[in-house]
Unconditional design. Structure first.
Length: 111
């Protein structure tokens, strides 16, 4: 289950020249999101669904969150799956915003 404190927090603008999260901070925040991992410097998770309709409903919900938070993932969409990849271009790495959006995506599929 994802950390509701992350779900409730809004993304914040990141100033030019800001630094990415430290390895320590990344490790700590990974403990607050379910089954996410860092792959090639990006926060990544694949969600599985029963059918294409459920997949597209998830994609649309993530798109709404992305627009509201002004923080957009790379999405790889298949018939019954969607992989999300977050990173923050401004810091050339991971920021807290990546983890906030990851938690919000997890919250969409919680039972």
């Amino acid at each position: 289950m994802c950390d509701n404190t992350l779900v409730m927090e809004a993304c914040r603008p990141i100033p030019e020249g800001a630094s990415p999260l430290s390895d320590h901070d990344v490790h700590h925040l990974l403990s607050h999101v379910d089954d996410w991992q860092v792959v090639n410097g990006r926060l990544e998770k694949t969600y599985r669904f029963e059918n294409h309709y459920q997949t597209m409903a998830f994609v649309n919900a993530v798109a709404w969150i992305s627009h509201r938070e002004d923080h957009h993932p790379e999405m790889i969409v298949g018939y019954d799956s969607c992989t999300l990849r977050y990173d923050t271009h401004t810091v050339k790495g991971l920021s807290r915003n990546d983890f906030l959006c990851a938690a919000k995506a997890d919250h969409l599929v919680e039972p």
